[in-house]
Design a protein around this ligand. Structure first.
Ligand SMILES: [Zn+2]
Ligand SMILES: [Zn+2]
Length: 321
């Protein structure tokens, strides 16, 4: 596929820092939120055609293993995380080769732009899967979102569209203002609040039914678990930086006493994109609402650098290469 647009994600930043145990050499290509057009197809490809307007989930799968056949291709036994592993060249590039295209390539609806759809490769669909499939959020639920970066803001927007009431939590007033624009009923500035879970409990009349850690640091994870009402569901979306060594202590006793459910969420199986597209077509969600602006390929390093200080907002998208 020829890349028209590719989002810059905190996962690129994690990989760029070497947070997950792999150091990448100069010459490696990051980028895993592409949208673009098919320019050539392999001989065995049956359902994808030249000219198709497409995206791909960041977790490319084989489509044939037991997990893929059971509907969990995001956890494919032979999966490859685009641009996030050695040997996988990512989408900060003019063109991208997609393996097992019949399964991995997702055709976009008519009339949408590549820039607006870039987040569908990772952050927007990750938030959608977390809320819809992992936590089963419904109308009348209170949903707390801890961390209002690209995936967090996507979660605010989608949870609001699902009929939930959202409490957005962040340190940055501008990000909280954006969260409010995207549908958050309440906002909590964690920098000004000594007791963040207490503030969420107060805002939601007794605690969230579902709470998301959209960042992956100790504060946001712990606050998320403690923001729940009894029998609530914590969903972990954010992956941790190196300092956490892959784990965060969580309030275990509270989990027992309140029958807390703890759920992980990783990407989204490609066959479920249709659900997102139906909601876009119905006008209830709009991925472009989370896109914060466009940059050139030469600006990616500065953008990653800015993420170290949480200096980016929403989903920045590369649109010229
Ligand atoms: Zn598989
Ligand atoms: Zn990502």
């Amino acid at each position: 596929m020829e890349i028209d647009a590719c989002g810059v994600c905190r996962s690129d930043w994690h990989a760029w820092r070497g947070d997950w145990g792999e150091q990448f050499e100069p010459g490696h290509v990051f980028g895993h939120e592409p949208a673009g057009h098919v320019v050539a197809v392999g001989e065995e490809v049956e359902t994808v055609s030249e000219g198709d307007h497409v995206t791909v989930p960041f977790h490319l799968c084989d489509g044939t293993c037991q997990r893929c056949r059971n509907g969990h291709s995001n956890l494919c036994e032979n999966g490859v995380n685009l641009g996030l592993e050695h040997g996988s060249m990512g989408a900060f590039a003019e063109q991208l080769s997609v393996s097992n295209a019949d399964f991995n390539v997702v055709r976009l609806p008519d009339g949408v732009s590549s820039i607006d759809m870039a987040g569908l490769g990772c952050r927007f669909m990750t938030a959608f899967h977390a809320l819809n499939h992992q936590a089963d959020v419904g109308g009348g639920d209170w949903v707390a979102v801890h961390g209002c970066g690209g995936v967090g803001l996507s979660a605010v927007h989608i949870a609001d569209a699902l009929g939930a009431s959202v409490v957005a939590v962040d340190l940055d007033d501008d990000k909280l203002a954006t969260a409010a624009e995207l549908g958050a009923a309440e906002t909590v500035n964690a920098g000004e609040e000594d007791d963040v879970p207490g503030a969420v409990h107060a805002a939601s009349g007794g605690g969230a039914h579902v709470s998301l850690d959209a960042l992956g640091i100790a504060e946001t994870c712990t606050n998320s678990v403690m923001s729940l009402r009894p029998r609530g569901t914590h969903v972990q979306i954010g992956l941790t930086p190196a300092e956490q060594e892959g784990g965060i202590p969580i309030p275990t006793d509270l989990m027992v006493l309140q029958e807390t459910e703890i759920v992980g969420s990783f990407g989204m199986p490609a066959p479920r994109y249709d659900e997102i597209f139906r909601m876009i077509e119905a006008g209830s969600i709009d991925p472009s609402a989370v896109v914060s602006g466009t940059i050139g390929i030469q600006d990616v390093s500065d953008t990653l650098d800015a993420m170290s200080g949480y200096g980016t907002s929403g989903i920045p998208v590369v649109d010229h290469f």
